[in-house]
Design a binder for this molecule. Structure first.
Ligand code: ATP
Ligand code: MG
Length: 698
């Protein structure tokens, strides 16, 4: 068991608390944080508190201490779950996954990197070159994905603005053979607009500050983020990582991964085009709209391999098919032109990001794997995805992110129970079912066909004519009036916090969130004029062209409405949950100790809130309602045989099971245990605690 550190550091497993109360939970969490013990178990779940300082606990010695050991043999650590997931994969040929959750800045991405480093460190002892190369690409991919997918926000200097699920494939030797990355909902609105004090994606600043003079000149760029509308807001703020040196690291990572020179150059051409697009202005003389300054058009056309007239045209006009099948060009209003420009910039970035992920995947995908020759190909998945978000102003993005968290919570409930029940069944133990809040009802509120919020949104987006966000809200109010987890200002007129005109509220499992419906329909439609797609498809730059296959359709061929953003997101999350559900899950629950990024401050209220919505107390209860501890008989004997005269130094009984029974009986906790086929199950931690104390006193 994990009580190896001495009690002055608190209980290393929350299951050992005298009583499962929020008070005791928080007291223990705080004590451990203050003593520099950032990890604590709940059974096999690791609870992690962001230390906000470098800890000397990730070195080679620590890796060696955890390698191949059982979970309870060492103090709690990410390496303990990593090893457990790895062992299950290797010994039992199980696909496993490690789900890392927690709010922004809680330490998910750092945890995922330590987990990957651990797996890299313990595999391929023979140093085979092809395996080393796979490991290298997997590790380097983090650097690239962070450059393009992370940004400085007010909550985290290096905040992941996309969800990431990475499968690592292993051969029968337990060595990595490849992998696959899935990315989820990149926050592309950040490309054109950031909150006060926040930055655009790191990649832009890295290019502007780290790109060579020659490169920037050829891109018609200045080396100053303040010169560009899209990077101006974050121009003054710095991050812990230096943009200039990061630029070098990213360039070199791209090369190591296997991006060609042409591909790398295309990536930066696209970034430059986006920056120039952002500075583009329009003016109207009352009749038609013009672009201010044609130089920018020439530069953009040069960077994107398109001709200047086509660039101008796609920015100022859109081609539409009339009801009669006629194709006409319709001039934009100034407002439409600005909307089109920003939508284009966002789409360019989103497709670039998706293409980069796809390109990494093409390098790491498992090739030439023959299951007959090579045995079963097993997988460890690592999920680093945005946690629950409650801001002052919550929009479409928060709605999607929080829906995703409902789905993951649902999975957590199912899997944790499933796992417990499975083990009891295998071992022939009867156990009592425990009930707790099932959030399926909230999942349904969002995703149910025809009735759920996503369906109502989609319906509003499909309706021809001027359906506004507020009209859509009215429709939601009517259809969801009876739902216990939905309210709005109309349904709750006396609620002072709901006196806004454009808000609705969902009672999430993690708390109430009030969403502003403003912009929901636009974001859900995610409209990009076909003219831009065609422009990019006709680019002479083959990399760019590859990103826009849908540009080959002519306007009359584009009949089918594309799926909406919410539906696409829902589909991707449903697929993710399916993927996770068939794997043996391991959990890392991350907690952010304070808002100041301080290594010493433990903000009680904020931490308690996170503990509550991560459902950690329920987790402890479930764990305790069953059997808190289980140990193979031989291991139990090895650890405690000195506490009983019949087993020390060796027992003479017919089986280890009988010898274990002798120890249990001698210490008087026979009513607190059950005997499985291969393991002893102990209901309350107290029993083992007594044994531990006795052992220590000897
Ligand atoms: P987001 O949801 O915004 O992406 P996150 O949960 O991924 O947030 P991280 O980026 O992993 O958060 O962590 C935020 C910062 O906290 C890191 O940049 C680092 O400074 C610090 N940090 C997190 N974990 C550790 C750790 N184990 N040791 C030292 N510092 C850490
Ligand atoms: Mg992150």
């Amino acid at each position: 068991m994990a009580e190896l550190e001495g009690l002055e550091f608190g209980k290393s497993d929350f299951v050992l608390l005298d009583e499962v109360t929020m008070e005791q939970f928080m007291e223990n969490l705080k004590l451990r944080f203050e003593k520099g013990r950032i990890y604590t178990f709940i059974g096999e779940v690791v609870v992690s508190v962001n230390p906000y300082r470098q800890m000397d606990i990730y070195g080679k010695d620590t890796i060696d201490a955890y390698r191949g050991r059982e979970l309870y043999e060492n103090p709690p650590h990410l390496y303990a779950v990593s090893d457990a997931a790895y062992k299950a994969m290797k010994r039992r040929a199980k696909d496993t996954c490690i789900v890392i959750s927690g709010e922004s800045g809680a330490g998910k991405t750092e945890a995922s990197k330590y987990i990957m480093q651990y797996i890299a460190a313990i595999t391929n002892p023979g140093q085979r070159a092809e395996v080393e190369s796979v490991k290298n690409v997997l590790l380097k991919s983090n650097c690239v994905l962070e450059a393009f997918g992370n940004a400085k926000t007010n909550r985290n200097d290096n905040s992941s603005r996309f969800g990431k699920y990475m499968d690592i494939n292993f051969n029968f030797n337990g060595d990595p053979t490849g992998g696959h990355i899935n990315n989820y909902l990149l926050e592309k609105s950040r490309v054109v607009h950031q909150q006060e004090g926040e930055r655009n994606f790191h990649s832009f600043y890295q290019l502007l500050r780290g790109g060579s003079e020659e490169m920037l000149n050829s891109f018609h760029l200045e080396n100053d983020p303040a010169a560009y509308v899209y990077t101006r807001e974050g121009a003054e703020s710095t991050t812990t990582n230096n943009d200039r040196s990061s630029h070098k690291a990213v360039m070199s990572a791209l090369e190591v991964i296997g991006f060609s020179k042409e591909e790398i150059s295309s990536i930066y051409h696209i970034l430059a085009s986006i920056l120039l697009l952002g500075n583009m202005q329009f003016e109207s003389d009352g009749e038609s709209v013009q672009i201010v300054g044609l130089e920018a058009v020439n530069h953009i056309s040069e960077l994107t391999g398109t001709d200047p007239d086509s660039v101008t045209k796609s920015l100022l006009y859109r081609t539409v098919a009339t009801g009669g099948g006629e194709v006409i060009e319709k001039g934009h209003s100034e407002e439409e032109a600005c909307f089109g420009r920003d939508a284009f910039a966002k789409a360019l970035y989103e497709r670039l990001f998706g293409w980069i992920v796809g390109r990494i995947n093409s390098v790491i995908e498992v090739k030439n794997y023959n299951p007959v020759l090579h045995g079963k190909n097993t997988v460890i998945g690592v999920l680093d995805i945005y946690g629950f978000e409650i801001f002052d102003n919550n929009s479409f993005e928060q709605f999607c992110i929080n829906y995703c968290n409902e789905k993951l919570q649902q999975l957590f409930i199912e899997l944790i129970l499933q796992q417990e029940q499975g083990e009891y069944e295998r071992e022939g133990i009867t156990w009592q079912h425990i009930d707790y809040f099932n959030n399926q009802i909230i999942v349904d509120l969002v995703e149910q066909p025809h009735k759920g919020i996503i369906s109502i949104l989609d319906e509003a987006c499909l309706t021809v004519g001027k359906v506004t966000d507020t009209v859509c809200l009215d429709s939601m109010d009517t259809k969801l009036a009876q739902h216990p987890h939905y309210t709005s200002r109309k349904l709750s007129p006396t609620d002072k916090t709901m006196d806004f005109q454009k808000h609705f509220r969902i009672r999430h499992y993690a708390g109430d969130v009030t969403y502003s419906v403003e912009g929901f329909l636009d974001k859900n439609k995610d409209l990009l004029f076909q003219d831009f797609k065609r422009l990019m498809y006709n680019s002479s730059n083959s990399v760019l062209k590859e990103m826009w296959p849908d540009g080959q359709l002519s306007i009359t061929e584009v009949t089918k409405r594309p799926l909406t953003a919410a539906t696409l997101f829902k589909n991707s999350i449903v697929a993710l949950v399916d993927k996770l559900a068939c794997k043996e899950p391991y959990y890392v629950r991350c907690i952010k100790p304070n808002e100041m990024k301080s290594p010493v401050l433990f903000d009680d209220a904020r931490c308690q809130h996170q503990v509550a919505y991560l459902g950690l107390l329920e987790n402890v209860m479930v764990r305790r309602a069953g059997f808190a501890y289980r140990q193979p008989y031989a291991r139990f004997l090895q650890r405690y045989k000195m506490t009983c005269e019949y087993t020390w130094p060796n027992h003479l009984m017919s089986s280890d099971r009988d010898a274990v029974e002798a120890i249990v009986t001698q210490h008087g906790f026979q009513d607190d245990v059950a005997y499985g086929h291969t393991k002893l199950f102990v209901r309350t931690p107290r029993s083992l605690f007594t044994l531990e104390q006795e052992r220590a006193a000897l």
